[in-house]
Write a protein that binds this ligand. Structure first.
Ligand code: F6R
Length: 238
């Protein structure tokens, strides 16, 4: 993968927004792979001045919690609507989040895969990375061939995400996430990471052995993976 070290998250946001703008100029109805959490927010902010270009884009989120009531402010459907759809003036119907189609959870993964395929696949997939090395919510042990399915969140990930909830116990135990196999089908992967807390996970993803124990290492299998990090997240790279 290509590693780009930028001075700040803000500059990473501008750089990646430029990649997206370039893509959308070539293809107005490009399919964007959306991530949630803190990491992609500077990208979404940097896209605001280009919102007019994005009218026809389609979007597929990486993952969603299982068990939150519909409309819960921390459901990823709500987060995407608040952080991406509203500021960019997108049509919410052009964005899919796993499990948001009202069908049964048991088959939600299959329906999501079918919708992804019908859309022609993801052109550019935004990725953050968790301290456990997860991308999407593919925690250690996830198969490189996995598709969208229900998974259990690790205690570490639940603790890391507790900041978004009133109490740590409110963080759901389960999620539905694109698999590593799903993610690897996207035509361009753009992984972002900021801060010293991500340095080990970034090094393991970029330079570590290809192993299910570090799901982020799956990006090494992708012919077009761009890793955009700040100085602190780059400190463990050789
Ligand atoms: C979010 C996702 C996760 C996050 C990761 C990092 O949709 O799939 O993999 O990207 O947990 O989270 P932040 O960015 O909050 O540090």
């Amino acid at each position: 993968s290509e590693v780009i070290i930028v001075p700040s998250a803000r500059e990473a946001g501008i750089l990646v927004a430029d990649l997206i703008v370039g893509l959308v100029r070539r293809r107005a109805d490009a399919v964007l792979g959306l991530a949630t959490g803190s990491t992609p927010l500077p990208v979404y902010e940097a896209l605001v001045p280009h919102a007019a270009l994005l009218r026809d884009v389609r979007g597929f989120a990486l993952d969603e919690y299982v068990g939150l009531e519909a409309g819960h402010p921390e459901s990823y459907r709500s987060v995407i609507d608040r952080e991406v759809v509203a500021p960019l003036g997108l049509d919410p119907a052009r964005i899919r989040v796993p499990g948001d189609d009202g069908g049964p959870l048991e088959t939600a993964g299959e329906r999501y895969e079918a919708d992804l395929e019908a859309a022609g696949g993801v052109d550019l997939q935004l990725l953050g990375i968790g301290a456990t090395g997860h991308i999407g919510f593919n925690e250690p042990g996830s198969s490189f061939a996995s598709l969208t399915r229900v998974k259990t969140l690790t205690e570490r990930t639940r603790r890391d995400n507790a900041r978004f909830f009133a109490s740590p116990d409110d963080v759901p135990l389960h999620c539905i996430t694109q698999g590593l196999g799903t993610i690897l089908r996207a035509r361009h992967l753009v992984l972002l990471a900021f801060g010293a807390g991500k340095a080990e996970a970034v090094a393991a993803a970029v330079e570590g052995p290809l192993t299910a124990s570090h799901p982020g290492s799956a990006i090494q299998l992708h012919p077009r993976a761009t890793v955009v990090v700040d100085e602190e997240a780059a400190t463990a790279l050789r």
